[in-house]
Design a binder for this molecule. Sequence first.
Ligand code: AMP
Ligand code: GLY
Length: 423
Amino acid sequence: MNVLIIGSGAREHALAWKLKQSARVEKLCVAPGNAGTARIATNIESPISSLQSLISSLQINFVVIGPEAPLADGLADALRAQNIRVFGPNQNAAEIESSKAFAKAFMRRHNIPTARYETFSNFDDAVRHVESVQYPIVIKASGLAAGKGVILPETLDDARDALRQIMLEHEFGAAGDAVVIEERLQGEEVSLLAFSDGFTVKAMPPAQDHKRLLENDLGPNTGGMGAYAPVNLPENFLDEITRDILQPTIDGLRAEGRMFVGVLYAGLMLTQDGARVLEFNCRFGDPEAEVILPLLESDLLEVMEACVDGKLAQCDVKWARGAAACVVLASGGYPGKYATGIPIHGLDAMPNRNAMIFHAGTKLQDAQVMTNGGRVLCVTGVGKNLGDALDTAYAAIRPLGFEGMQYRKDIGQKAMIPQVSSL
Ligand code: AMP
Ligand code: GLY
């Protein structure tokens, strides 16, 4: 089987690393990939528009789409129309991520627990609403905003400013044509991802992302500075979330003619009243993929094929017992402005076999690996428990460096305190 992965981050490097272990993968290509994927697969520099002809010339028979943007743009539909097998939802099912207004209305229609909300496309109406609500709120641009379209205002003035920036100054472009204003919830956040073939869902080990730049969850939001899995949840919790959230979502989408084939990602808040959906994504999370995939014992290609062929119910998806943790090494200045093209050293040090260095924003220049993005590397450790996994990840970081490198030293620490981990 010749497999093509679309994307260029650490998530796609982790996907390539795991698919490479599959005995049935013959040719493995990544478009466009990065310096890490170049070591284990063939990188393909090609605009999405010419991908289809490339796929036939490379004799690709299976495509895995990593990021949300090509899914929202309908790449899966276009490939399926050419009879190419694709792991990733069609455009109408991807709307569960690409339109928060759609996702919230969908959850309301199907009784999926989420924060109460209203949707607005008129600025004055939105302002009147924030002036009248009696509870703390969150303001979200409805469309895709590269993880930046969610604002948690502290005061009424902050809320008005946010609405002005999103709706009048178009800070997130058309993504802000509609805004969702919802109740701000309290609790621990968990990312629960699941494989889906449109009928059956199989949950992966729950993971926790660390979105803030600085230790103790301070500083600005980022794409994610580290993650760990599994999150210790009370017994039966996973079954309940699968029954009350994941399965009704897949069933509801199918009932509306939106078959969901791929990874459904539920961003959950564990409130005192139970789990509530903060958002859905239509793909693997990044950095969640970098801790979940190393725990997968089954052959990833077989699981993905079972999803594509509608046979997930018959597929035994096995997970390792231990834990995994990852730490993101980011460019100085990220998530604001940062430089690129800085040489990275230490990549040739022999890591422990329980450590993996997944490349995010890197590129090769004359055989030297250079920084090429805000998040540069994602270092994962696997171990028999979270403490071991963290020790391995942080030890593997030691030889690595580049000018301006920053990373959090407290990934997973909250989970190491027993009363928090038992929720
Ligand atoms: P989202 O992209 O919708 O997941 O939002 C990004 C982040 O904003 C989440 O990971 C939460 O930390 C926070 N957030 C989103 N919605 C809410 C909410 N209703 N209450 C509290 N925090 C939220
Ligand atoms: N880790 C958050 C995301 O992938 O959207």
